[in-house]
Design a protein around this ligand. Structure first.
Ligand SMILES: C[S@@+](CC[C@H](N)C(=O)[O-])C[C@H]1O[C@@H](n2cnc3c(N)ncnc32)[C@H](O)[C@@H]1O
Length: 255
């Protein structure tokens, strides 16, 4: 398994959008695309498409995989506050690096997060936050163990683990089966990954697959349990025919 000592070895990296992320020596990868930028990536690949495609809902339960620096969670709060959207949001976020979450009170976040600083402090201290609109829970420990324990039904999954090459167990078809089991029937999932193996793993678990395009950003993937209007649909049966060698990732290959 992963090396506990390496978990403490991270260095701050400045992204091209001017926001800070970390580089993980444990996973040999940055927490965000330094080219797309931590805040920009979070808003464009996750928060904006997810909220736009669930805009009829007044309450959302979001699974944020995994918490890391919390950009996806904090950008969700920032965006809802900025546009004065009164949607009630409950965010559940697995994370096994407790030391990282506890260090976030002093992390140098972008100015956009200034107004949610007290929330960042509370999460860093208590791994939990709740007010009238937001409830945020960090699920400490291995996501593969905590996800099947979740009782809530999920509207949105931010699938933002380290890459399939470096963190394969958070991208397998069995992993997506566990995700599917806790999803509402109209749930959607956002991810930066456009890999055929990942899309197949989603498709094998009832998700329809779409391309998401945003400005100044590499395209990404949106997957949904129901058909979406006005989003570029990918015919996965056709993809399978054209790429007969493609396979989803399987737990047994990485254990
Ligand atoms: C790419 S980072 C997440 C970035 C995050 N969304 C953000 O905005 O900062 C991946 C995170 O997953 C965590 N992680 C990796 N494998 C995990 C597992 N099996 N269970 C729980 N957390 C895990 C790592 O500690 C790391 O914080």
């Amino acid at each position: 398994m992963y090396n506990e000592k390496l978990r403490d070895q991270k260095k701050i990296v400045l992204c091209e959008d001017g926001t800070n992320t970390l580089y993980s020596k444990e996973f040999n990868e940055p927490y965000h695309s330094t080219k797309d930028g931590a805040l920009h990536e979070s808003l464009e690949k996750h928060v904006k498409p997810a909220l736009a495609l669930t805009k009829n809902k007044t309450q959302l339960t979001i699974l944020d995989i995994c918490f890391g620096l919390g950009y996806n969670t904090f950008a969700t709060l920032y965006y809802l506050k900025k546009y004065k959207l009164s949607i009630k949001v409950h965010i559940l976020s697995p994370e096994f690096d407790e030391g990282l979450v506890r260090s976030l009170a002093t992390f140098d976040y972008p100015k956009e997060f200034e107004s949610i600083k007290p929330i960042i402090q509370a999460i860093s201290q208590n791994l939990f936050y709740e007010d009238e609109q937001f409830k945020i829970e960090i699920l400490l420990g291995d996501a593969r163990k905590s996800i099947p324990q979740i009782k809530e039904k999920i509207d949105i999954v931010y699938q933002d683990a380290f890459s399939p090459a470096h963190n394969p167990l958070l991208w397998t078809t069995e992993y997506f089966k566990d995700i599917r089991a806790i999803c509402k029937e109209d749930a959607l999932l956002t991810t930066y990954s456009t890999a055929a193996a990942v899309r197949l793993g989603l498709y094998e678990n009832d998700f329809l697959v779409f391309v998401h395009r945003a400005q100044m950003m590499r395209y990404s993937t949106v997957a949904s349990l129901k058909m979406l209007e006005d989003v570029e649909y990918i015919d996965m049966e056709l993809k399978k025919q054209r790429n007969a060698e493609a396979r989803s990732m399987k737990d047994r290959d990485y254990q």
